[in-house]
Design a protein around this ligand. Structure first.
Ligand code: GLN
Length: 275
């Protein structure tokens, strides 16, 4: 509950930051346009890691947000990023890496933004800026059909081994609530799919992970179910370096336009059926 309140307070603060950014970027844009003698109508006041390119860091192990189809990274995030790049007149390049390398890729300036179903958290806000949230995520618990764990509360009885993807919010919550308190053991995996494989083979008792990949994993693996009670709810956003606010404002503005005109929702609906 307190975590939820903290998150809400955070979101409120964030909304205010972007409300301010929206006001000030209006005038920046005017200046940029007034000064633009090249005849280009694009807002050319931002710079990217590679000229003309928007580089997105992701971890393509997170269906339906980002995953491989043939040799290309596809999914909700990939499509939203492509629409943003198009609006900004940039070519989108997606770089696939470990989830816990994304923030470093962004802060070092190697990537222009990180987009990976990434939850806004206080810890991440210490090192990166976030866009407006564009989707909701829910941390859920996957168990074997015949598991003794039938609700989130059961986990707090203790004695279980919980699988998570390393450095994700599922990892954070399991660590804080269940491992640091001495109740359960947490096993960290590089990929969510590896955690699920460990669950299937009976090495661990459950997996805490985001709901949409959880659905995909439960569908692909016989004998697994998702508990009805959710662990917690959170917001996904794009992360940026704190040092390139001209770029983060331009990307955020494009994202907001794409949310307002329904593009983001139609991309989400394409991958996630309402149920
Ligand atoms: N939403 C979770 C997080 O931000 C998981 C993201 C992911 O695994 N790609 O930590």
């Amino acid at each position: 509950m307190t975590k939820m309140k903290k998150l809400l307070a955070l979101l409120l603060a964030l909304t205010m930051v972007f409300a301010l950014a929206a006001c000030s970027s209006g005038s920046t844009e005017d200046t940029a346009e007034a000064e633009d003698s090249s005849g280009s109508t694009e807002d050319s006041s931002f710079t990217t890691a590679t000229e003309g390119v928007l580089t997105m860091a992701t971890n393509a192990e997170f269906p339906p947000y980002e995953y491989y189809e043939n040799d290309a990274v596809t999914g909700i995030d990939a499509e939203i990023a492509a629409a943003i790049a198009e609006k900004l007149g940039l070519e989108l390049v997606i770089e696939d890496m470990a989830f816990d390398s994304i923030v470093a890729a962004v802060t070092s300036g190697k990537a222009d933004m990180g987009m990976a179903g990434m939850t806004i958290t206080e810890e991440r806000l210490q090192s990166v800026d976030f866009s407006e949230p564009y989707a909701t995520g829910v941390q859920v618990v996957i168990v074997a059909e015949d598991s003794a764990i039938t609700s989130v509360d059961d986990l707090f009885e203790g004695g279980y081994t919980i699988g998570v993807q390393s450095s994700t919010t599922g990892d954070l919550y399991a660590t804080w609530d269940l491992e640091d308190t001495g109740l359960c053991t947490v096993e960290r995996f590089n990929r969510g799919a590896d955690a699920v494989a460990a669950l299937t083979s009976g090495k661990i008792d459950c997996v805490i992970i985001d709901n949409e990949p959880a659905k995909a994993f439960a569908e692909a693996n016989e004998g697994l179910v998702i508990l009805d009670t959710a662990y917690t709810e959170e917001e996904y956003a794009i992360c940026f370096s704190k040092d390139n606010t001209a770029l983060s404002e331009a990307v955020n503005e494009a994202l907001v336009e794409l949310m307002e005109d329904g593009t983001v929702q139609s991309i989400i609906d394409k991958y996630i059926s309402a149920d």
